[in-house]
Design a protein around this ligand. Structure first.
Ligand code: 13P
Length: 247
């Protein structure tokens, strides 16, 4: 089984999303893979209403780590839980780069999500410059080690990880299967080493221009546990082709 999770980012209207969920429910019903969708905060109540009694897992794309207080514009874990939220994307490169999220903030968010029974999808990835300077592993290690600070060993399987090279996001230029595999194996080994484990069922997804054309090549690699999909998750007719991936 693979994990196929859509990250809608700031796309689709309520009207569009209603049709989307109606269609996706039918696809998910017959799917043998895990199907998830992360929507903008305002549509979480709609996702809650429409995905109930379906095989669609749903969530959001960010949250704040404090319980409550004077944090204008932010949303807490408790608020998400009011709508039975399950997934929360954390540390996405768009949050890190456009909204200045630091490794420390990502770490606090991961801890808060786990404490509240939410499933974090922790994103890590290098920029093109960092890759060209052969800094990829160093960057990935730093992001992982700081994000997992204080996370208990037994919580590692209660979260998803996503390798999202910044240069592949929204560019139409996905990583090759080889590049994605190498980084994902490195991520898994880094986590195992950090916790002194030899084996654990870690789920690490690939994200970055994954689409109906390249999905078979990339997901056929056993080390890649699934995909975190932006653009290609916005239309059910396309997302369906990824969801129906078979080994
Ligand atoms: P694209 O699939 O649009 O490249 O986006 C990937 C992504 O950022 C998922 O979180």
């Amino acid at each position: 089984m693979k994990y196929l999770i859509g990250n809608h980012k700031m796309n689709l209207s309520e009207k569009e999303l209603k049709v989307y969920f109606k269609d996706l429910k039918k696809v998910a019903k017959n799917a043998s893979n895990y199907v998830g969708v992360c929507v903008p905060f305002v549509y979480l109540p709609l996702a809650n209403k429409m995905c109930k009694c379906s095989k669609i897992h749903y969530g959001v794309q960010n949250m704040h780590y404090e319980k409550q207080g004077a944090f204008t514009g932010e949303v807490s874990a408790n608020m998400l839980k009011d709508y039975n939220c399950e997934l929360v994307v954390l540390g996405h490169s768009e949050r890190r780069n456009l909204f200045f999220e630091t490794d420390e903030m990502v770490n606090k968010k991961v801890l808060c999500a786990l404490e509240n029974g939410l499933t974090p999808i922790l994103c890590v990835g290098e920029t093109l410059e960092q890759r060209e300077q052969k800094q990829t592993n160093k960057v990935l290690k730093k992001q992982i080690v700081s994000a997992l600070n204080g996370v208990k060993k037994e919580d590692l399987t209660k979260m998803f990880f996503a390798y999202e090279p910044v240069w592949a996001i929204g560019t139409g230029k996905s990583a090759t299967c080889e590049i994605a595999k190498k980084a994902i194996v490195f991520i898994k080994q880094t986590i195992l080493k950090l916790y002194g484990l030899t084996d654990e069922n870690l789920v690490v997804l690939y994200g970055g221009s994954l689409n109906a054309k390249n999905v078979n090549e990339i997901l056929s690699e056993p080390e890649i546990d699934g995909g975190l999909i932006g653009g290609a998750s916005l239309k059910v007719q396309e997302f369906e082709k990824l969801i129906n991936f078979k080994n």
